[in-house]
Design a protein around this ligand. Structure first.
Ligand code: 5GP
Ligand code: ZN
Length: 112
């Protein structure tokens, strides 16, 4: 499968991770829309949000622990941030490997 995020997760495409654990890696978005724009992705190819329900509680907890670690290290925990998943064509999703955007570092506009 030719998936850019699989290549980033596996290290085939060199990137510097801003956080990682056994199941997820996080790296800066190549085209940031806010001063902090991090993508958190599962190491394995997961196509959509509902596939995450197959993951056990430990994995899901590790996801939110990693998000917490990243917002602390980026200094946006207290100022606030947004955690977004785009899914499907109406959302404008471009990469079909599940990813969570963490946006922060400025006042964010209304959703939509
Ligand atoms: P989507 O619109 O699918 O929710 O978001 C995909 C995101 O991935 C976009 O914000 C885009 O800038 C980012 N992106 C696409 N290709 C790459 C890449 O090769 N490296 C990094 N770091 N980000 C990428
Ligand atoms: Zn993938």
């Amino acid at each position: 499968m030719d998936c850019i995020f699989c290549k980033i997760a596996s290290g085939e495409i060199k990137s510097s991770f801003v956080g990682e654990n056994d199941w997820f890696v996080a790296f800066d978005d190549i085209n940031p829309v806010a001063p902090t724009h991090v993508l958190v992705i599962p190491r394995e190819h997961v196509k959509s949000l509902e596939e995450l329900t197959a993951f056990d509680d430990e994995v899901l907890k590790s996801l939110f622990d990693l998000v917490d670690e990243i917002v602390r290290s980026k200094g946006i925990k207290d100022s606030g941030f947004r955690l977004i998943v785009n899914q499907g064509s109406d959302s404008g999703q471009e990469v079909e490997h599940l990813h969570f955007h963490i946006l922060g570092g400025r006042k964010l506009g209304r959703l939509g």
